[in-house]
Design a protein around this ligand. Structure first.
Ligand SMILES: [Zn+2]
Length: 356
């Protein structure tokens, strides 16, 4: 037993850290474990943590990480945010007041089995971010766009017609439950491994056409850029500017949300930390698979952990004040949409299929 616990601690220090944070801050949290992932006789918990308001109309911020097991830095960034939140709750009235006005949903380790194995996919070989029942429009890049050829190739979507994997299902259920009846919601899903810059992606992953919610995403982008002109780390853009995929969970969640709440405003974002820069600065990264996705030098690791705290603070304020700044009413929405098209789709002349 002791041997098993210490093996788990070595393989999943993030889970140990999360559980330590839960015991430190549990008086501020509502904790659920809707699923367990079986691995070598262990039952790894899928934690869903809520903090803040329980009012039905409180805007929601969902913070998600560890969808791809090897991208541990996404989980670590969230744990760093949680830690400072829990500790500031002891003395900082601003944080307390902030949380009284939003509902914060946190799922820091979506894929604990994959993380324990240092693998992108879950233990069934499925890439959870290709696992939703969503088909891309047009061609996607070979393999990367999601495929059903074999579980031994990366970006595998799972067998055709099969239900979603346990982790995808648990994530979708938790987000769906939190967003149900909410008019204003933002989510941020933390990844790493693409490009040399930190990107903040909006949907769609499935289409190169403008996403119907892009007007609100543009307003959010301008809020950040205007408020933090010197924190110019992020490239805000639609994901499809980089590549398109099938099976994206956020495409799926957004589409189900708007089907139920056509008047609601939900902005799902993905933070894609640009790890190629870490590789470029330290070629030792090339020799270990894990280090292609995670900073290995201690000073760089520390820097990454603190670098995104501003973003999380911003998102809490942005979620809270969404009823004030999110475009509402036909005229406002058209204005926001036109500004978004001008920035990200200059020259676009097609129709946008749904209203924001
Ligand atoms: Zn990822």
């Amino acid at each position: 037993m002791i041997q098993r616990i210490s093996r788990l601690k070595t393989a999943l220090p993030e889970l140990t850290e999360l559980e330590n944070l839960i015991s430190e801050g549990k008086q501020h949290m509502r904790i659920r474990v809707p699923a367990h992932i079986q691995r070598q006789g262990e039952h790894l918990p899928f934690y869903v943590i809520e903090m803040g308001s329980v009012k039905p109309d409180a805007p929601v911020l969902a913070v998600v990480g560890g969808v791809h097991g090897v991208e541990r830095i996404g989980t670590q960034v969230i744990l760093s945010f949680m830690k400072s939140l829990i500790r500031r709750l002891h003395w900082d009235p601003v944080v307390k007041e902030q949380l009284e006005n939003i509902r914060l949903l946190m799922i820091p380790i979506v894929n604990p089995g994959g993380m324990a194995e240092n693998s992108r996919s879950n233990l069934n070989g499925v890439d959870l971010m290709r696992n939703a029942p969503v088909e891309a429009e047009g061609n996607t890049p070979w393999l990367v766009g999601g495929h059903r050829i074999s579980r031994s190739l990366p970006w595998y979507r799972g067998p055709a017609g099969a239900p979603m994997q346990t982790e995808s299902r648990a994530l979708c259920d938790a987000v769906h439950h939190a967003l149900k009846d909410q008019k204003f919601c933002i989510s941020i899903d933390c990844h790493s491994g693409f490009g040399t810059r930190d990107r903040l992606w909006f949907p769609y992953a499935k289409s190169t056409n403008p996403w119907p919610g892009i007007g609100a995403a543009h307003t959010l982008t301008e809020l950040f850029e205007h408020s933090y002109p010197h924190h110019d780390l992020y490239l805000f853009e639609p994901q499809a500017h980089s590549y398109t995929t099938s099976g994206d969970l956020w495409d799926h969640l957004y589409d189900s949300y708007t089907a139920e709440q056509p008047d609601g405003c939900f902005i799902p974002m993905t933070l894609e930390m640009g790890s190629w820069l870490w590789v470029k600065k330290n070629p030792r990264h090339l020799f270990r698979y894990h280090s292609l996705f995670n900073p290995i030098l201690p000073h760089r690791h520390q820097r990454i952990l603190r670098r995104h705290l501003i973003l999380f603070d911003f998102l809490m304020s942005a979620a809270r004040t969404m009823p004030q700044w999110a475009p509402q009413g036909a005229a406002d929405k058209t204005l926001a949409m036109n500004a978004a098209l001008q920035r990200w789709y200059p020259g676009y002349s097609g129709n946008i299929t749904t209203t924001v």
